[in-house]
Ligand binder design. Structure first.
Ligand code: SIN
Length: 282
């Protein structure tokens, strides 16, 4: 392979990293490049990787332990690997098709998600990412003071609860998603968290799973979250990843939100996804 090189995608988020073959065990130099690059850029894109499911799992396990994946049936014999798939003729809601960070309703949401493109549209099906350090840092001091000590209420109920978007399995969908009453559980996380690796502060909320602010009335939560959630996805905080077959992208759910784009009707898309276990946001 060529020497390892890192090229930022935008001025604020993401980098393409070349010169590492993820199918083979990482040497110390490659592992350091990945962990340092991840801390600096939060979204890392590796092109032209050729990975079996076992090699994808082995790569992930060199960086951490698997996270828990609720509500979605994983691959046979690979309980930690999801096929994030959509057939060319599917018309239902798109998995991941709104701004979110993965499983923020869990007590310890995943630190990272790793997504590997196996069958990708010729054009379309990109993924957007938004930098939540910047979302925090660009707030006024007065707003930062107001948010300090507040907690967001997170829940999967709007996605996977009874009657929710993915509440019932869709027989026409490539993914088997089964909502349940468990989605009604609520979990509090600070609105402003400190990243355990970088020590930087960030806003930890998202459109899909943050349903309110502790101690606020519904209208108060809606007003404040409405402003903050719009701010979180300011185009000036973003990067966009265009997928090719063999692209692997890993992102840091602790400081990044993402959004899959629903613009590839008539084309098939199939990705494999694993998450890495995280810690309680503080
Ligand atoms: C996800 O939200 O994990 C899926 C992202 C994607 O399909 O691009």
């Amino acid at each position: 392979m060529n020497p390892i090189s890192i090229r930022p995608i935008t001025g604020v988020l993401g980098a393409e990293i070349d010169g590492i073959d993820l199918a083979t065990p990482l040497d110390e130099h490659s592992r350091r490049a990945i962990t340092q690059g991840f801390a600096e850029h939060s979204v890392l894109v590796f092109r032209d990787q050729s990975l079996s499911i076992q090699q994808l799992e082995a790569f992930a396990l060199q960086l951490g332990e698997f996270g828990d994946t609720p509500f979605i049936t994983p691959l046979d014999d690979h309980p930690h690997v999801l096929a994030v798939a959509r057939e060319a003729d599917e018309a239902g809601p798109l998995f991941g098709g709104s701004w979110h960070s993965d499983w923020s309703f869990q007590p310890t949401p995943p630190s990272a998600t790793i997504l590997y493109g196996r069958d990708v549209p010729d054009a379309g099906g990109d993924t957007l990412f938004s930098n939540q350090y910047l979302a925090y840092e660009t707030l006024s001091d007065a707003m930062k003071q107001m948010l300090a000590g507040l907690h967001g209420v997170h829940s999967a109920k709007r996605s996977y609860g009874p009657g929710a978007v993915f509440g019932q399995p869709d027989p026409n969908a490539a993914m088997h998603i089964q909502g349940s009453e468990e989605a009604l559980a609520k979990q509090s996380h600070p609105l402003v968290c400190t990243h355990p690796v970088t020590g930087r502060k960030l806003l930890f909320i998202n459109d899909v799973y943050t349903i309110g602010i502790e101690g606020f009335t519904g209208p108060e939560s809606a007003a404040l979250l409405g402003y903050l959630l719009g701010h979180c996805r300011d185009v000036n905080f973003q990067c966009r990843v265009r997928w090719e077959p063999g692209t692997l992208t890993m992102w840091d759910n602790r400081c990044v939100q993402h959004h899959a784009i629903n613009d590839y009707s008539g084309q098939r898309r199939e990705m494999y996804r694993v998450t890495l276990a995280g810690e309680r946001p503080t």
